[in-house]
Design a protein around this ligand. Structure first.
Ligand SMILES: Nc1ncnc2c1ncn2[C@@H]1O[C@H](COP(=O)(O)OP(=O)(O)OP(=O)(O)O)[C@@H](O)[C@H]1O
Length: 650
């Protein structure tokens, strides 16, 4: 009931279509019974006259013609009414489907990272497709079938009762048994259908993950394992589908059997009524034929009772699953009364005051105190898992700290409107995501939004102006400048269609470094007050990296840049470097200061210098002493690599 109430806002928008459509169903159902009335008149005319005078035909040719015309007319009228009804109700259900999908998609866009961290993409996709179809089926086919069944039963019983109350009582006695059995079977079908759908969801999720992670699967040569897992899931789906077919298949035969028994019973009793001379005037052969014909019209609605129960149950279940999407709220959002809407522009003065973050009972950041004045080029490094990414995520409010305050230009970030915050901060993540679109559009991604008219949510699609497709037309000079600063321009010039080259599924595949640089260009084209590069130059060679950093310096005058990296060659250009270990700041200072400190950073620098020296020297040395030195250095590098690996494992 609650589910239906929450659907009402959508149904309300199409109430005229539904109302007129359903009235048409009722009229069509009554008209549908008229042919049996004309048949009755014909039969009674013929048999009655014959009984009185065997030499006469009973009815005139004109009468017979009129009755035939009546039958055809009734069929045409009922067909036409049903056609209009379908246009109204089916179209309304399709429109509702569109509106629900539009609104849910719009709502999903408002949800934040923690939600998507938990949600399974396959499941979300299945809800927006399979579940939405089930809801549409309930609102379209389901709605008119309910009215069809109810009005079909009501009109048929009224007619049957007027013909013979005795026969109607027999039907009434048998009907609940038939409907009960059919409903039971339909419930079983519905449950098994749901189980099959759930398995479909899991399979969709598995396939989606597999396709997205195709490179990993190939790289680790685990195709066989993946195929085996997929096979097991597929087999389970087969098992569930067979279980469904076992109850689905016999439904029709079973219905025919039950109806056959009912008709047999009626023939027996009806035959006796006709034969009995006392009933000669009140129950004629024509009436008997009309009775049986009317009853036969109930076969379909009877069969549909159980089926429609399933459609409605499935539709309501699916609607509940869709409601869960509507009900999901972002953990991080603007709060009226707390959000300070007067904050629009931000300079990029950043500070962390005693900030801690806890996941469950694990503290991943602990009492961080940092001050980053606007315009600072801050480097952050530290062993893997030490909390560097989490620290960056606190600035964009991908999450809020468990305790402490992050301030931007002196404001607690929690009072800054999210749009202002997101306009001011751009993040280049570790694993950039590129869309199947042109390079230009991928770069201009964050600056195009103002040009598109907003899509109204929660309103009827009827009467809405059709929005023209507005092709993106990113400012070429801005895009090119961003690409140049990100060190991507030469690569783009080599592509077949330059900035118009399609990426991804429909176009070229970029290398890891090119992907990272495209993401860097996407971030800098927005000219943010704070730019966070989260290990985003790791796949770029040192020479290109130097160029990008020089480019960043060019645009970052007055802007804050936070550079999370493991390479000292990247970090050394920073004004200040912070070392995070196990969620705590253990070292802070300039490159030279940290080297002098002789801690984690100095060790990192020594190991990377060693490795780079080895790379540069290369070749086989002639002098045995040099060879011995290199061997010792190589051993040291291997030992260091093993130590780092142990840290990772820890
Ligand atoms: N959503 C989450 N739920 C639970 N734990 C999390 C979540 N996100 C991060 N963590 C944990 O927080 C710790 C810090 O993660 P973070 O990504 O900040 O590390 P990092 O220093 O950036 O590592 P790397 O250098 O490998 O990128 C890790 O132990 C990680 O497992």
């Amino acid at each position: 009931m609650d589910s239906l109430r929450s659907l009402w806002p959508y149904l309300k928008m199409h109430r005229r279509q539904y109302l007129i459509g359903l009235v048409l169903v009722v009229i069509a159902n009554s008209v549908n019974l008229l042919p049996f009335y004309f048949i009755r008149l014909t039969i009674d005319g013929l048999t009655g006259a014959r009984d009185a005078d065997p030499g006469t035909a009973g009815i005139t040719l004109t009468q017979a013609g009129l009755y035939a015309l009546g039958i055809v007319g009734a069929a045409v009228t009922a067909g036409t009414l049903m056609l209009f009804m379908r246009r109204l109700i089916v179209v309304a259900s399709r429109q509702t489907e569109y509106e629900v999908r539009r609104d849910i998609f719009g709502h999903l866009q408002t949800l934040d990272k923690p939600y998507y961290d938990r949600a399974s993409t396959g499941d979300l996709m299945n809800r927006l497709t399979g579940d939405l179809s089930a809801v549409r089926e309930m609102l379209g086919f389901g709605a008119w079938q309910i009215v069809n069944i109810v009005s079909g039963f009501a009109t048929a019983f009224a007619v049957m009762f007027s013909l013979s109350w005795q026969l109607t009582l027999i039907v009434l006695a048998v009907l609940p048994i038939i409907v009960g059995v059919l409903t039971y079977l339909a419930r079983l079908i519905s449950t098994r259908h749901r189980l099959a759908q759930e398995q479909n969801s899991k399979i969709a999720g598995k396939a989606q993950e597999n396709f997205s992670g195709a490179r990993v699967v190939k790289g680790y040569a685990i195709e066989d394992r993946e195929v085996a897992e997929y096979k097991a899931m597929n087999l389970e789906l087969l098992r569930r589908n067979i279980a469904l077919t076992k109850v689905d298949g016999p439904l029709r035969s079973f219905t025919s059997l039950l109806l056959g028994l009912a008709f047999g019973l009626i023939l027996l009793v009806g035959g006796r009524l006709i034969i009995d001379p006392a009933n000669a005037q009140t129950f004629t052969v024509g009436m008997f034929v009309q009775f049986v014909g009317t009853l036969e019209r109930l076969t379909f609605p009877m069969l549909m009772v159980g089926w429609i129960t399933g459609v409605i149950q499935r539709g309501l279940g699916s609607w509940r699953r869709l409601r869960e999407l509507y009900d999901a709220r972002p953990q991080v959002q603007d709060v009226p009364g707390r959000t300070d809407t007067s904050i629009r522009q931000l300079r990029g003065d950043l500070s962390f005051e005693n900030v801690s973050v806890q996941y469950g009972d694990r503290e991943v950041l602990s009492h961080i105190n940092l001050s980053v004045p606007a315009g600072t080029f801050l480097g952050i490094t530290g062993p893997t898992g030490s909390g560097k990414t989490v620290l960056g995520q606190l600035i964009t409010r991908s999450m809020d700290p468990t305790s402490g305050v992050v301030r931007l230009d002196g404001h607690d970030v929690r009072v800054i409107p999210l749009t202002a915050l997101h306009d001011a901060v751009a993040v280049v993540p570790q694993e950039p995501f590129l869309f199947s679109d042109t390079i230009a559009n991928n770069i201009a991604f964050g600056i195009e939004k103002q040009e598109l008219p907003p899509v109204p949510l929660g309103v009827s699609v009827v009467g809405l102006p059709v929005l023209p497709h507005v092709p993106q037309s990113p400012d070429p000079a801005r895009v090119e400048n961003a690409a140049r600063l990100a060190g991507l321009l030469d690569d783009v010039r080599d592509f077949p269609e330059g900035f118009g080259t399609m990426l991804g599924e429909r176009g070229v595949t970029l290398s890891g470094g090119q992907r990272q640089r495209t993401a860097v260009a996407r971030a800098i084209v927005r000219e943010p007050a704070i730019l966070i590069l989260d290990d985003s130059l790791s796949a770029v060679d040192t020479e290109t990296e130097r160029k990008i950093l020089d480019g960043l310096r060019e645009v970052s005058a007055g802007r804050t840049v936070i550079l999370i990296a493991h390479r000292v060659s990247t970090l050394r250009h920073a004004d200040r470097i912070v070392v995070l270990e196990e969620g705590r700041v253990t070292e802070a200072g300039s490159h030279d200061e940290l080297l002098a400190l002789g801690g984690h950073y100095a060790e990192l620098e020594r190991l990377q210098r060693l490795a780079s020296d080895l790379d540069e020297e290369g070749g086989a040395p002639g002098d045995p002493e040099v060879a011995a030195d290199r061997l010792a250095a190589r051993r040291e590098a291997i030992r260091a690599a093993q130590q780092t690996r142990q840290e990772v494992v820890k």
